[in-house]
Design a protein around this ligand. Structure first.
Ligand SMILES: Nc1nc2c(c(=O)[nH]1)N[C@H]1C(S)=C(S)[C@@H](COP(=O)(O)O)O[C@H]1N2
Ligand SMILES: [Mo]
Length: 352
């Protein structure tokens, strides 16, 4: 048998050092403090200025417009608590591991995003006949898959109108920080993070589906390179627990003193969370956790479970189920990009 090399390369470490996750103990906050929210930036954080910023709204619209930050802030605004998760969360647990940002489980956060709802803006601009998609362009650029590009993603017109999408300029009550898209980003509740384009400079209504790299090549569930694959969209259900007790420094394995309350949060982009189960034997037997509060319909829900722990070694797991009938699998499902791996969390614990 081959001995498998599971080691992380320096290139992956370089990505991981730039794009930090949310330490799982921060699951204790229903709204993630800004500096603890995960970050994913494909290229460089662009240097952006509020005063000179504008968003061009064009393409197949009757009334193209240029929106300054001032003008955007004068519009009716809404604040939505939104749980955002990177589609690559869980990638580092796949075998073989797809080489990219090596997330374990921490690529998630919940923020209060304030901004102008996108729907009314498009209605005012007048979406012309023949329109099928809306393309969002960020100010950041780089080379990926050998292709020079700006970060761009599209949504179908129906998905835009169905969504509570915001052009957000505040996060947790303060202007967006540079790393989260200052001065304006798109936030599409319920969808994996790649949809929520940061440093937004253009909105174009298209008569053809967008065929750019981040749409046609990345963010698709494929087994092979030459496959088209299904596009990623909404977040599959996931539950995470606050690792109980205290960690061993290097392995981060947990040491627990006895019976304790386990707590965590669960979310899904497909519907409400209807149940969370907990296991202390690696997923062989399950018991229901108690569901708690959620900061909003697009945000995670809290859960608790009383664990009557006897001394010994355990593997704690939790799994969530949503109202659309999706449940987290016990084993990961592999795909080329390492996306949407929502297999259950496993937390080795020693009870002393
Ligand atoms: N312009 C731009 N927008 C972007 C990205 C990017 O690299 N550039 N990354 C996307 C991805 S993959 C994710 S998961 C989210 C992360 O948002 P956050 O860093 O605010 O958590 O932003 C999305 N929007
Ligand atoms: Mo992402």
């Amino acid at each position: 048998m081959d001995s498998k090399d599971l080691s992380i390369s320096l290139e992956e470490l370089q990505l991981a050092a730039r794009n930090h996750g949310m330490p799982l103990e921060a699951l204790r906050y229903s709204i993630t403090p800004v500096g603890l929210h995960y970050l994913l930036i494909h290229y460089d954080i662009p240097l952006t200025e509020a005063e000179s910023w504008s968003i061009e709204l064009g393409g197949l619209v009757d009334r193209p417009a240029t929106l300054s930050l001032e003008a955007l802030k004068l519009r009716d605004s809404e604040e939505l608590p939104v749980t955002m998760e990177c589609a690559g969360n869980g990638r580092a647990r796949l075998d073989p591991r797809p080489v990219s940002q090596p997330w374990l489980l921490e690529a998630v956060g919940t923020a209060r995003w304030r901004g102008a709802p996108l729907g009314p803006l498009l209605e005012e601009a007048g979406v012309a006949g023949g329109a099928v998609e809306v393309l969002f362009t960020g100010a950041d650029s780089g080379r990926e898959g050998g292709i020079d590009q700006q970060y761009q993603r599209s949504l179908s017109i129906d998905d835009v109108l169905d969504s509570d999408a915001l052009l957000a300029y505040e996060m947790n009550g303060a202007p967006l920080p540079p790393q989260h898209g200052f001065p304006v980003r798109l936030v599409v509740p319920g969808w994996y993070g790649m949809t929520s384009v940061k440093w937004l400079t253009r909105i174009d209504v298209l008569g053809e589906p967008f065929a750019g790299y981040q749409q046609l090549h990345s963010y698709r569930l494929r087994q092979q390179e030459d496959e088209e694959g299904d596009p990623l969209s909404r977040m599959l259900p996931r539950s995470l627990m606050v690792p109980p007790g205290r960690p061993e420094f290097l392995t981060r394995e947990r040491i627990v003193d006895g019976p304790c309350a386990l707590e965590g949060r669960a979310w899904s982009g497909h519907g409400e969370i209807v149940g969370v189960d907990v296991s202390d034997d690696g997923g062989q037997s399950w018991a229901p956790a108690e569901l708690g509060d959620s900061p909003g319909r697009w945000a995670w829900v809290g859960w608790t479970y009383r664990w009557d722990a006897e001394p010994g070694s355990y593997e704690l797991c939790c799994r969530a189920r949503d109202s659309a009938g999706n449940e987290q699998p016990v084993e990961p499902l592999w795909n080329l990009g390492g996306y949407a791996n929502n297999a259950v969390q496993r937390v080795p614990v020693t009870v002393v």
